[in-house]
Design a protein around this ligand. Sequence first.
Ligand code: ATP
Length: 324
Amino acid sequence: MNNQTRIISILSDGAFHSGEELGKTLGISRTGIWMAIKKLSTYGLDLHSVRGKGYRFAHAVELLDSTKILRSIEASTRNKISNLDVFLQLESTNAYLMGKVNSDIDKANVCFAEMQTAGRGRRGRKWISPFGGNIYMSILRHFSSDPQMLGGLGLALSVAIIRTLQDFGINDVKLKWPNDVIWQKRKLAGTLVEMVAESTGPCRVVMGIGFNADLSNSVSHQIDQPWVDLKTILGEVPSRNQLAGKLLQQLFNAITQFEQSGLSMFAEEWRRYDAYSGNHVSLLLPKDKISGICEGIDNMGALLVRVADGQIQKFTSGEISLRG
Ligand code: ATP
């Protein structure tokens, strides 16, 4: 553990800790502590510094802990994971795993980050990822299926998020094709599937999840569309490690199911939560805009829209954005 990580874990209780106390615990000078704290402030951490009292976080933070997360999932799921890492900060959990090689291609690599400096959405958009309140995680795994069959994987992951929310007693969420989980028209979570099709052998797939648990942070105003977090829906923040464990378990269940039967196991469930089916929608294409009535998804996860001449057109995700 480096000094910054150690300082963060000491301050995570939300109480004041003086520079002197931190210096003694870590075996470094008060100036060293001050410099480490200054660096932490640049990460967007809500840190308070009060003369005579020391430093503290604006509120207590339950840091993610790989041992706790692994302990909370089923043994059979643990066996499918070669390693699970928790980082204080990554550019993006997807980018990190895209650059990683799985030593054992039969197992998955999982990573979580307390914050992302360049969290990714679709098509170069940003996922705002402040420190210590939410879940940013990715899973790297190999699939032997044809890459075309993986088109609906992101939709299956959204269903896994819905199932996780049901574990918390939340049922009034909706899905917006292709990758958003929304609550009362506000975005709660998103998925991002990226893949590298190898010329020989299985396809490397990175599945990323951004899930707002507690987004009450100074950077949340940067989000340019309505958002919500679990704290607002539930009225309290559940244990982050418990949430991470439940999410991971549901994601692995969904991945296994998807590998066996593709999207067919999820399509009905997805449709039940479809936010736009039957509604008038616009599709934003790179050089065009198409309007029509949303007719839901087909069994491969393509979006169906009834256009002006009454025909139903099929759209696969890539370059398209759905707007209500
Ligand atoms: P599309 O319909 O094409 O998916 P989108 O706006 O939902 O469009 P995504 O790529 O799914 O785009 O997600 C990125 C967008 O989500 C950002 O441009 C921003 O508007 C919003 N966003 C960014 N960070 C968060 C967050 N932490 N919580 C909720 N919404 C966010």
